[in-house]
Design a protein around this ligand. Structure first.
Ligand code: KG4
Ligand code: ZN
Length: 360
């Protein structure tokens, strides 16, 4: 990593303001994340204007905290990596402009990083695994299978055609009267529910291919809920539990089967010596889904690597690491904020692949 031993990573693409210091030997010297969930909770989703202001107000504090935690002075920073997309424009601009100022002050290199590359390269930071491997990214704004061939070489094997699974969890939480973000609340409710009571669909499982869809599932759940409300005048706790369990089981079935197909394609095309399925994104925190993915990977002879929660959800250590990995290829990269930025530019644009992703 010539000239760039310690990299400062900056992340502000959605609703987490984050700064981290990582070195070229995969050491995370500090990683600070200021979440904004409480600011957006009253609105039931991320409000871009509120997010942008919060990033602008907190980025400097976040960097100062990352330096204190690492016990370093600003002069120890060899390079800066900043998320330049995809994401919400206001937040991206806050991060990019802050990074430009800081890099000018420190006279150090500044690298634009694709947020999705940050997620996709995380297993190399945590476990140092070799290319190629298969990454399943499941978060609030993205859902895709990526064959990760190199630091800047990705092939999208499949993607959602509409909602991301985290988004579906959040919408279902709202339908059931739970808070935001909804994933953990739905999972909690599902633990005591009967997943077989309501017949919810498994979208696109009857069709070949690896693409996914989750919005029909959410609509089916709404219809079932409305029928119950009409018949009973409201929802019992038991109903909520069973709806949550039914929804989670449907997502597990869809992700499990699509993963099985993606592993088969990856195996056939890359014949990796030590096949690995890596999983990242906030939805990876779901234990039922994690268990389903582990089982599928095991059957296919793949090792399953689920990122630890702090590195599975949005953070800046992954951005710093992606910067270090991609440094050689980014010397002349223009530093502009890009709200849409698919990793695989050869693949057809899809909502869940970075074309319109507010979250990643
Ligand atoms: O990766 P992340 O922190 O942010 C981005 O979307 O970039 O993911 C957040 C998403 C939210 O939609 C949240 O509801 C979902 O991950 N999530 C979960 C769980 N924990 C978080 N979904 C299902 N089960 C969970 N336990
Ligand atoms: Zn993300």
């Amino acid at each position: 990593m010539p000239g760039a031993r310690i990299c400062l990573g900056l992340e502000s693409s959605c609703d987490e303001t984050a700064a981290a210091l990582v070195d070229g030997e995969r050491r995370i010297l500090s990683s600070v994340v200021f979440g904004q969930a409480d600011m957006h909770a009253p609105f039931g989703g991320v409000v871009p204007e509120i997010a942008a202001r919060a990033h602008a107000e907190r980025l400097d504090v976040c960097v100062a905290e990352a330096l204190v935690q690492a016990g370093l002075q600003p002069s120890a920073i060899d390079a800066i990596a900043v998320t330049a997309g995809p994401g919400l424009m206001g937040g991206l601009l806050s991060g990019v402009l802050f990074a430009k100022g800081l890099a000018a002050g420190l006279a150090c290199p500044l690298w634009p990083v694709n947020h999705l590359a940050g997620h996709a390269l995380t297993p190399r930071l945590t476990d140092g695994i070799a290319f190629p491997y298969l990454m399943l990214l499941i978060s609030g704004g993205h859902c895709q299978f990526l064959a990760v061939e190199g630091p800047a070489a990705y092939r999208r094997l499949g993607s959602t055609r509409d909602d991301a699974p985290g988004e579906a969890f959040d919408k279902v939480a709202r339908l059931l009267g739970l808070g935001f973000p909804g994933g953990p609340a739905v999972e909690q409710l599902a633990t005591a529910g009967d997943p077989t009571r309501f017949a919810l669909p498994r979208p696109l499982l009857d069709q070949p291919g690896i693409d996914m869809s989750f919005s029909g599932l959410k609509t089916a759940l709404r219809r079932t809920r409305d029928e119950l409300v009409l018949a009973q005048g409201g929802l019992w706790h038991r109903d909520r539990q069973d709806l949550a369990a039914g929804f989670q089981a449907a997502v597990a079935d869809v992700l499990g089967e699509k993963t099985r197909r993606a592993l088969a394609v990856f195996e056939a095309e890359y014949a990796p010596a030590a096949p690995v399925l890596a999983v990242a994104g906030g939805v990876a925190a779901n234990r039922a889904l994690g268990a389903a993915l582990h089982a599928v990977a095991k059957t296919a002879g793949f090792a399953a690597l689920v990122a630890p929660l702090a590195l599975a959800t949005d953070n800046a250590a992954m951005i710093a690491w992606a910067g270090l990995e991609q440094a050689a290829e980014m010397a002349d990269a223009p530093l502009i904020a890009r709200p849409r930025w698919p990793l695989d530019t050869a693949a057809a644009p899809m909502v869940g692949s970075g074309r319109k992703g507010a979250k990643a």
